[in-house]
Ligand binder design. Structure first.
Ligand SMILES: [Zn+2]
Length: 276
């Protein structure tokens, strides 16, 4: 039995955003992959060494299907209802917790935007049509922003997924569009040229539609290894994993943790996320 509302009602919640400026980072971004001539140039960005010690508690929530219970296939533990999503958004609204995106995070670490006192990142995996149908209007109603990770072979090819037009609409409304690869393979099983293609082609497909650089990658099924990490580093600024946790450290920005929100996790407690 899920009891998100009673959980929401429980807590005296406090949020601590902590900065650790004493950490050190050792980032070696060495391009070792051969790049095909057709591969678009990687976006030009860099993070000053002095900022790599940025270490903030910003919960990253992970959503999949957002759909009414009657639409949910039996046993699909990755689905939540629009009402459940709204309960979280309403909670954030009431607690003055701001939604930010990874694109915002880039501006924050560059000093072009301030970090909200209480911040959360909402991520939506796979680009399902129901996210556009149900999550997008709710986010708009609360003036909140999400990050949508797209499997780029799906739009306009599979009706269960958003169309490119919908993805462009989301992006134009201020939501971040990230890459979730072309075909959602296990990236750790791919040869280097196929891995490179999954990363570069998905990125350029999205960039062509939204007219903005794609900064953030999301590992299909959360799978990565050192080879995948190195390849992602060459093309993206951030990557979200499925490792649990809520501490964003920039020297681990290719292994950003996430907290999975599912209907079968009744203990999902926003209070726990924000109380350290
Ligand atoms: Zn996925």
């Amino acid at each position: 039995m899920t009891r998100p509302f009673s959980i929401l009602a429980l807590g005296i919640i406090s949020v601590f955003i902590s900065f650790n400026t004493t950490g050190c980072a050792n980032q070696t971004d060495i391009a070792t992959m051969p790049v095909e001539p057709s591969t678009p140039a990687a976006p030009a960005f860099s993070i000053p060494e002095s900022l790599l010690a940025f270490d903030a508690t910003i919960p990253v929530l992970l959503f999949h299907y957002i759909e009414p219970a009657e639409n949910t296939a039996p046993g699909n533990a990755l689905a939540i209802t629009p009402e459940q999503l709204e309960s979280y958004l309403s909670y954030f609204h009431n607690k003055q917790i701001e939604t930010i995106t990874f694109r915002d995070l880039k501006q924050i670490i560059e000093g072009n935007r301030s970090l909200p006192e209480r911040a959360v990142i909402l991520t939506f995996d796979d680009g399902y049509a129901n996210q556009y149908q149900y999550a997008f209007p709710l986010l708009e109603r609360y003036a909140m922003r999400g990050v949508f990770f797209i499997i780029t072979e799906k739009p306009d090819a599979d009706p269960a997924y958003m169309t490119w037009e919908q993805i462009k609409t989301l992006s134009d409304a201020g939501h971040e569009i990230g890459s979730h690869s072309v075909a959602h393979p296990d990236l750790t099983a791919l040869q280097p040229d196929r891995l490179e293609e999954e990363l570069a082609t998905s990125r350029s497909s999205i960039e062509r539609i939204i007219g903005l650089p794609v900064l953030t990658f999301c590992y299909p099924s959360g799978q990565y290894n050192d080879q995948v990490l190195a390849a992602v580093r060459d093309q993206y600024l951030f990557a979200r994993s499925t490792q649990p946790g809520s501490n964003i450290a920039l020297d681990r920005r290719y292994e950003m943790p996430a907290l999975r929100v599912t209907a079968t996790v009744p203990a999902f407690s926003l209070g726990e996320l924000f109380t350290k």
